[in-house]
Design a protein around this ligand. Sequence first.
Ligand code: ADP
Ligand code: MG
Length: 768
Amino acid sequence: MLKLTNINKSYTTGDFTQQALNDVSLEFRKSEFVAILGPSGSGKTTLLNIIGGLDRYDSGDLIINNKSTKKFKSTEWDAYRNNCIGFIFQSYNLIGHISILDNVEMGMTLSGVSAKQRKKKALEVLDKVGLKEHAHKKPNQLSGGQMQRVAIARALANDPDIILADEPTGALDSNTSVQIMELIKEIAKDKLVIMVTHNADLAHEYANRIVEFKDGHLVSDSHPIKKNEAEREKYKIKKTAMSFLTALKLSFNNIRTKKGRTLLTAFASSIGIIGIALILSLSNGFDIEIDKFERDTLSSMPIMISEQAMEMTEEKIEELNNLDKMEEYPSKKVVYPQKPITDEMLHTNVLNQEYIDYIEKIDSKLLSGISYTRATALNIVTKVNGQYRPLTLTQMEFSGLPKKLDESKDGVIESNYDILAGQLPVEKDELLLMIDSKNRISNRILEALGLDITKSEISFEDIIGTEMKLILNDEYYRQVGNFFTLNMDYDSMYNSNNSLTLKVVGIARGKEDKKALTSTSSGLSYTEALVDYVIAKNKDSNIVKAQKNANYNVLTGEQFINNDDGAKTKDTLISYLGGDGVPVLINLYPVDFDAKEKVIDYLDKYNEGKDINDQILYTDLGDIISSLSGSIMDAITIVLIAFSAISLIVSSIMIGIITYISVLERTKEIGVLRALGARKKDITRVFNAETFIIGLCSGLLGIIIGWLLTFPANKIIEALTELPNVAKLNPLHALILIIISMTLTMIGGFIPAKMAAKKDPVEALRTE
Ligand code: ADP
Ligand code: MG
């Protein structure tokens, strides 16, 4: 049953208050066809909106099922509209972007009827209004009369008890109007139909009861309810709720009608994502590359222990910084003596036998090799075209090969060099010729090997097997009184039984992918066996014996060293001449990154609890390089991501604006949905669904474009750095970015979506 008692409703615009309904009391039968007549502005629409729960009355009461609606919650009103009321409007109010069928189904969709049942029922009512064949058309493909039939079908679909029709024939020609009236009359057989019209003829012809309004007052009622005519039957009210899927479908269909705009919006807001995706894939790729580089190359870069090491402890750096804090441009007329910065930083490592023994005890699995550089004089004489020549090669030109620690595994040379001809030297009299990446080698070395350097190229075969002589100290130097001086008799030296013929047995070149490590080393390399041999021989040499007994001045081939200042010079002399065999430089080659860490731990352990002067400091070149490149990459990444993040924020504001525009465009739809029983929440949902779709699109678009851009980016990087496939998009990053994109667009669209929900349904329906 439905009853209005003393309903008042007024609208205030500015200072002016319009009394739209004035103390209206009216009761309706469960099933009758009521026509409401009255001039324009007499309050007819207001009455319908109040009966339909679209608008609230100011005072009085609307009684549904014997129950006052004064304390109705908004969800109860929503349910009431959805289940009990079917609206038919003068301007049809169909949702333009979905099909006729979907329009008719909408009320059932809101009340959660299953898809199958919805379709069955919708087709049934469409059949009733004679439009079954048009079910899949869009509203704008129909005539006015047909659209009004769709609206009637929609009003009937959820099987409401009350149909409210506001001038349903107002926009139709008279023939069509008659057809529509017939249809409504048919419906009114088992329902309450309240129809507003200003066509009195049609009203009198079709309606059972005529109610007239004027200036918000009820002026006449042709068939009022009598006292004893009590109605017992009740209307059913069931709660409504739109599922997110329905909201998605609705928004998806709406978005489909404006593909271009959606695509542009998604693209614009994906730019930030593209930026971040690209930066992340680049930095990710560089991290992987640097990691690989570290593992492959930097880790096999030796840990250097030399007589002089840079002391880069935190205290040292602090100390140097403090020096910098001295007053600038002081007025005091004094000068401050300053130690050279290098002196401040340099630490003298005293490499002694104890330390060598310690080094020798390193777990051999951790190292692929150890090389010792000793200031041992390897005296070389060559014979070129019958002429003897003493040779002085620099340490770069003539150096020891790293000692192989584990015979079963590849050593430093095998893993970093290609043997291009011959084989690796093993014996003490075997040499390896190292050439650079362009197969070049110094003239001096070639000459030393007796090769003709006037030729533009020399074949490997010509080089393998070439020889030079190693002369021991006792034959190379001659004692004259208190001096040792060069023995110039090369013929006897060269042919002595004690001199050793060294032969080139192999040619090696650094592997292409080990460029960083190997590109600078070219020259001749000798085996550790040779060093052992020379040290053993020199130990008992006259020159060393003489050294041990007294202070001697020694004249070597290149320099005269005076020992006036005592013991220190004596030490120097002995090491120059290979007396005690303690190296001046030790290179440790770790097998891999983890091994390197362990080796470093081992070296640090030696220094524990020792006085700074007794500590042995090492230099880890690989670490210096990688920490440098790593931190630069990190800094660049952060700056670029910050920039892209700004564009993400801009795009989420843009999404907010776009959603706001969409809300304005879809105001009518909001009104229709509310009239069909959609809750405020459902309206929010519709727009959240829209931003969800746009966010997803822009996220996906951003990831796809970002990913596609990694290909040209890789081409460019490869051209610049020769590193292939640096840019790699981590799938986890991609997923996170899509989620970020969706979250940001949802946040951007949240306020407009809330605004949409707050819209007054009556006003929403009023907009054109
Ligand atoms: P009818 O449908 O009989 O033509 P309405 O019920 O639409 O009349 O309106 C009754 C009166 O209330 C009119 O004077 C109209 O201007 C006023 N009115 C209706 N809705 C509003 C509104 N939302 N704001 C201000 N005035 C309104
Ligand atoms: Mg009206």
